[in-house]
Design a protein around this ligand. Structure first.
Ligand code: NAP
Length: 282
């Protein structure tokens, strides 16, 4: 079924560089169509260095707002007139809502997506029940640590290839830092291990993680979803650990973004995961 785009159609976008392969338009337009909302969601590629200029122009238009992906998540925070505390703590925003008179509200729904993915694919996981290991110390790791602390985890262990970055993040957010060589010690007793590094992405370096040191019940999650089952998740599966994939997180961050952009939660009963999987594996 095709929808008619009119002068009244509410428009939202994902902005990034590159952005042509973003799954967000597929998710949001499926929800818009199912809910019969007069809206459309597109992808806009912005050349490096052009982000501020573009957003300064768009903020006073009728555009509802934008999701922001790499490499502009830090820039997104800088253009906001209001910042949600979780975006401030993440030092990054993945959502800008344009209000009247050029107001720009920044939020970060990645942490909500992480918790939604765990709740959906590993409902037995309880953040407050024990230590959780986060691999990585970049923007995604920072968001994950914040979300886990918010969810009641009192022992977040950050393991990163560059130890100084793990130390800086741990000192800033109130958690513990481990060097990559100490990963085994960090994994002992963990309720979950979450890969927030970019290792595992197709054509990037593989992650060398001693998952055998985790308890049998430890939930293993990867934020990377291309491929859906990364070498890291395959290693966890081989050990019999329950797994959570990065696509569930992507869909989990899109839900609150949709509500903020279009004024109502996504409709139930739309299998956006199947649509996303079809786009990932045409
Ligand atoms: P980033 O800021 O560039 O950080 C990259 C991190 O990966 C750093 O900690 C880096 O370690 C580590 N790293 C890179 N290659 C490595 C390797 N071969 N071995 C070990 N560590 C390695 O990136 P980011 O923005 O945090 O994003 C991280 C990943 O999360 C990306 O793949 C992104 O697509 C994904 N993500 C997914 C979702 C989702 O919805 N599923 C949402 C957000 C992000 P050093 O500090 O030593 O360089």
């Amino acid at each position: 079924m095709s929808r008619t785009v009119r002068g009244t159609t509410r428009v939202a976008a994902v902005v990034g560089h590159p952005v042509a392969h973003s799954l967000s338009p597929i998710l949001h337009n499926a929800w818009l169509e199912a809910a019969d909302i007069d809206g459309v969601y597109v992808a806009l590629d912005i050349a490096e260095g052009g982000f501020r200029h573009v957003v300064e122009g768009l903020r006073t238009t009728s555009l509802a707002g934008v999701n922001v992906t790499l490499p502009f998540k830090e820039d997104a925070l800088a253009v906001a007139t209001e910042v949600h505390p979780r975006a401030r703590r993440a030092l990054a925003a993945n959502l800008l809502i344009f209000g009247p008179d050029g107001a720009v509200t920044a939020d970060n729904t990645d942490g909500l997506g992480l918790l939604a993915a765990l709740a959906e694919q590993a409902p037995q996981f309880e953040a407050a029940a024990g230590p959780v290991v986060v691999l990585g110390a970049g923007g995604a790791a920072r968001g994950a640590v914040g979300a886990l602390l918010d969810a009641g985890c009192t022992d977040v262990r950050i393991v990163n290839r560059t130890f100084a970055r793990a130390q800086a993040l741990a000192a800033d957010l109130g958690s513990r830092a481990f060097a990559a060589a100490e990963a085994e010690a960090a994994f002992v007793g963990a309720g979950a291990v979450i890969n927030a590094t970019s290792a595992g992405l197709a054509n990037s370096g593989a992650l060398n993680a001693p998952l055998a040191a985790t308890p049998a019940s430890c939930v293993v999650m990867d934020m990377v979803y291309k491929p859906l089952i990364t070498p890291f998740l395959a290693q966890a599966q081989a050990l019999g650990r329950p797994i959570v994939d990065g696509l569930a997180m992507l869909i989990g961050q899109a839900r609150p973004s949709f509500e903020a952009l279009f004024g109502q939660p996504p409709p139930a009963g739309v299998d956006v995961r199947a649509l996303a999987l079809k786009a990932l594996n045409p």
